[in-house]
Structures are given as C-alpha cells and as structure tokens.
Design a protein. Structure first.
Length: 454
C-alpha cells in the first residue's frame, strides 16, 4: 500500500500517477459486495466515515453471532443527571440527556458482549493495569449474578501496541497468557468528569470498554491494523467520504494491499478515490498559508520597500484568508416567515436548517442555548453564524415549513453532514429555482451572509 499512499499524499499527482493508483485499487486490493459484509471475518476492522455505517456493521456482527448460537450478554448503563447550578443529588437521566451522552462519551448505553469479542478500553485503570485505547478480549461471559449486581467484568488485556489475537485469532487462555495478555477486572465505572447537558450535568456509569468491531476514519488515525474493510461511498450516502485526508488515513493503515477490503464495484471505488484526492478541502489553502508563515525564519529578504511590504503581507494570516467569512447583512425585522441556514463558528461542516417567523430573534435564541437540540449541544457546534436565509413566504407558515423540510431532505439525500456550507447553500438555490420553474413560485428571495475565499 506504500505506493498508493504516496500518490494519495501528492499535491499535484500526474495522470500517470492516478492511473497507477487506480490499478493498485482495482487489481491489488480485495473487493466485496455489501451483502458479504455480514459473513466477513470478525477480526477485520470495519472503518467508515460515519457512525451510522459503524453501527450497521456492528448489528450485522451481532446478528451473525446469534445465528451461530453464541450467547450475547447485555450490559446496560446507568445514566444520571443533576443540576449544574445547585449540585443537587443525581437522578435518573431523561431520554434527552441519554441521547446527548451517546454523543459525548465513549461508553455505550447498551453494551453487548460475547465470547471472543475484541474490545477497547475507554478509561485508564486507576491501578495502571491498562490505558485508554488499549485492546482486550472477552473470554468468559459474566454470570447473571455478576450482571445484576454490577460486579467486576473479566477482560483479557493485550500488551500495549498489540491489536490482534495470537495464533490467527485464538482466545484460548493458555495462548493468550503465553503471548503476554493478562486478565484484569473492569469495574462498573463512575466517570471522574461529568458532561454538560444543556443546563444540567450528565454522567454515564458503565464498564469502561467498547466493542472493537469498527471505528470511524477519525478514530483509526495513528493505529496500524493488519486487515480492514471500508467503503468510499460510491453510490451510497451512508458510506460516502468527503475529504482527501480520509483517503490518506485509510490507505496508510495496513501495509498489505490484499488485506485492504473495499465494499462495492472495484472501478467505481477507484474512480471515487481519485475524485477525493483531487478535491481541495475548505481549509487547504488556509493551512498552506499558515505553514508558510510559521516556517519563515524572520530574516530580511532585501528588496525595496514595496517588495518587503508584499512579503510581510504574505506572511500575515488575516481574516480574509479564512475559507468562510461571515459578512455584514441587514436582517429583516418583519415577521413574514423565513428559512435560514446556520453554520458553526467552530466547525464549518456543522450546519443547521430551520424556519421561523422572526429571524432576528431566532438567531439570538440559538446562540443563547434556547434553539433546537442540535444547536444547543456545545460538542456539535457551539456558537452559530447565519450563513443565509430565504424570504418571501408572505407569513404563510405552511409554505416556509414545507421549504425547510424539502431543503433538509435534499441535504440528507446528497451526503448529509459530509457537505460543506457552500454545497448546502447551492442546494437551497436549486430548490428556489425548481419551485420557480415547475410550480410558478417567484416570490422567494435568497440572501447569502457569507463569502467563500476558495
């Protein structure tokens, strides 16, 4: 995979380079159909861009285990919430708090284990018997009494740096011990750090392990694996990737081409990989400018005053260098109905589409933590900027709520959270044009509140 990875990292690959990369992907790597994923060896790590694909892959593994007659034990978490102001006693978490904890913590609300399940520790042991991210395996399933009393769970911990079972996947205790694995007791763990959930504090008490069946591309960074299966999303929004960096990470995780499994048609996979490595990311030029500034040694370059001024400007990172810049826009004060697009100020790929009769007030409410649930979650986006809005609904609530639903559905159908704010805005522009062409609606106006520098 070294040659494929080298080409994927090139700034300007030639046509010969791209042709070679396609050849490697099509002829050297392994390819399977999506229907074959269920029967794939459980020791092959599932690596996808989105959690939805990971959860689906895990469901297939559990389904296969059940069909083979193996026992699966469920370990439910204890989710609690407390007032972050008065530090009141902890009480059972409401459903909304549990959903928020699902996004913020590594432990699962519903942890399902079986004999032979590879797991990953989510917290460091207080006695330093294991560390966060270390691999383990379940050998003996807990008894009913252990589960009901929340007693310690027995897990065999791998030596640090080892990610696979010995002897081709054996979890025999003698072989594990001979290979340096040790049996440890994992407690029903109360986290040391509580999570902010709206105006409350939340915490999840659970065994500090998670299934090691699949990982997102982001989480697999820095970890080499012997075998992995992935999909670049050609023809499937569930698997679709959206940045060249994801391809670089995937192609550099395993040293052997035949151990890299791609889901889907080989040619379509190769074409999509090439499309992604040729795609410039939103922050590529900004990062290149930042690196040039950092790398400059500060020495004089000579030349006249004008030349030195130009060089100094080149070495200054300015607001105009950011790929997305919010700009001043006069917000309407009337209540005629609007559909708006928000973008997170901390992550330009986090967007939110909403509708309201009072745009000014609604934007303020979102940034004060009183908007819809996705915009209240600090982990999702934090503060929000208005990227644009659509006006002209003549105070007809059904019209602007219909437009909001159609726009949101178009985003979901075209890649969802893989889209950048420009692409989402373009879908809104297309929707306005379609309504004008096919429905004769010509009263809608679009106001764009951001500029693109790339």
């Amino acid at each position: 995979m070294a040659e494929a990875n080298r080409i994927a990292r090139m700034d300007c690959p030639t046509q010969a380079d791209l042709k070679k990369l396609k050849y490697i992907i099509i002829n050297k790597c392994s390819h399977i159909k999506e229907t074959e994923l269920k029967d794939l060896d459980r020791g092959i790590l599932r690596v996808f861009g989105r959690w939805a694909a990971i959860y689906d892959a895990e469901s297939l593994v559990y389904q296969k285990v059940a069909e083979e007659g193996q026992l699966i034990v469920s370990l439910m978490s204890q989710d609690e919430q407390s007032s972050s102001v008065s530090n009141a006693a902890w009480t059972k978490a409401q459903r909304s708090a549990t959903r928020m904890l699902d996004k913020k913590v590594d432990e699962r609300a519903h942890l399902k284990i079986f004999s032979g399940l590879m797991v990953e520790f989510t917290q460091r042991s207080s006695a330093n018997k294991w560390v966060n991210g270390q691999v383990g395996v379940i050998v003996d399933l807990p008894t009913h009494a252990t589960v009901s009393k929340k007693e310690d769970l027995k897990v065999w911990a791998a030596p640090i740096g080892i990610t696979e079972l010995p002897n081709g996947g054996s979890y025999d205790k003698v072989l594990l011990k001979h290979a340096g694995w040790t049996e440890v007791a994992v407690s029903f763990f109360t986290p040391l750090r509580n999570e902010k959930v709206d105006s409350l504090l939340g915490r999840r008490i659970q065994y500090s392990i998670r299934p090691l069946i699949g990982k997102t591309v982001h989480r697999v960074m820095g970890h080499d694996v012997n075998k992995l299966v992935t999909c670049v999303g050609a023809g499937s929004s569930k698997y679709r990737l959206w940045e060249r960096g994801q391809i670089v990470v995937i192609l550099s995780r395993t040293p052997c081409c035949k151990n890299m499994y791609f889901i889907g048609d080989p040619k379509e996979t190769a074409d999509e990989i090439v499309n992604l490595i040729l795609k410039r990311g939103a922050y590529d030029e900004y990062m290149e400018k930042l690196i040039r500034c950092i790398a400059h040694d500060g020495s004089s370059d000579g030349g006249g005053i004008e030349e030195r001024r130009d060089l100094n400007n080149e070495r200054c990172v300015k607001l105009t260098d950011l790929p997305y810049r919010l700009k001043d826009a006069r917000l309407p004060s009337d209540e005629t109905g609007f559909v708006y697009l928000l973008v997170s100020l901390s992550n330009c790929r986090r967007i939110y589409i909403g509708s309201t009769n009072n745009l000014r007030e609604r934007v303020l409410l979102h940034n004060r933590g009183h908007g819809a649930e996705p915009t209240r979650n600090p982990a999702y986006g934090g503060k929000w900027g208005l990227a644009g809005f659509v006006a002209g609904f003549e105070a007809e609530k059904e019209r602007y709520e219909f437009f909001e639903r159609r726009w949101s559905h178009m985003v979901s159908d075209n890649g969802g959270d893989t889209l950048d704010v420009d692409s989402v805005w373009d879908l809104g522009v297309k929707l306005v044009a379609d309504l004008e062409e096919y429905n004769g609606i010509d009263s809608l106006n679009l106001v764009k509140c951001f500029e693109t520098n790339i």
